[in-house]
Design a protein around this ligand. Sequence first.
Ligand SMILES: [Zn+2]
Length: 269
Amino acid sequence: MKFFLLLFGLICAQISSVYANVVVTSKPLYFIIAPLIKEIDTPKILVSHGHCGHHHHLRPSEIKLIKNATLVFWSGPVHEPFMAKIIRVNNNNIKVFEENKGFAWLSIGIILKKLPMLTARLKKIYPQKVHAQIDANALKFQQKLINLSKKISLDLSTLKTKAFLITYPFLSYFAKEYGINIVGYMMDSPDAAVTPRRLKSIYKLLEEKEITGVIKDHHVPLNVIHTVVGNQCSRILTVDPEAINVPVSIDGYHILIERITQSIVKWAQ
Ligand SMILES: [Zn+2]
């Protein structure tokens, strides 16, 4: 009996020493953090499947999850305004992934630059014995990202001569990295109105440039786009930059980026 109690105690000590309670606010961040702690731990996702952070309000259970976490990665105030309140009260364990325009997770270049910071943060909360595993995971993930970037760069190179309108700046980082020509936005954010000034500039663009189509996400309804562009632009594509419909998995990042790339390439031909 004593032996079993000792064994149980040892197992518990082992688990608690490795288990660090990492929370990520969204699925895209899960796709970046989970491969780094593969075979060590699994991050918890704050905003559940089918939702995004734009209009989210923290529930008591989610506040508890953040307070009990050893480390929280969140996407920044543009994409997750609901985090502002909790950060004012308790920000010891909270690390921002991005502080600028939002949607930085769609840039492989940015993730590659952030990998050393992310692995360093993770090593701080996990015991020394798993650090080599984190390094090996990071190296593997880095190689996968480089290969993915090369592949989609080639796929998207066919779109260099096209011009696109976007509902609001959710594809900025992605477009900049792969030379996708975004000529204008309908609004500044999913909640902003289409101002008369913006409307005028869109009409001008539609008259002067050959626009391939409008790329939207789940936030802006089709009828709003039809009202803005009228008959002058009938091609509209919906993509999923927030991974709302991408299943939670260790390979989620690959799926997210490939889905966006292939849907744009196929649609814009
Ligand atoms: Zn959203």
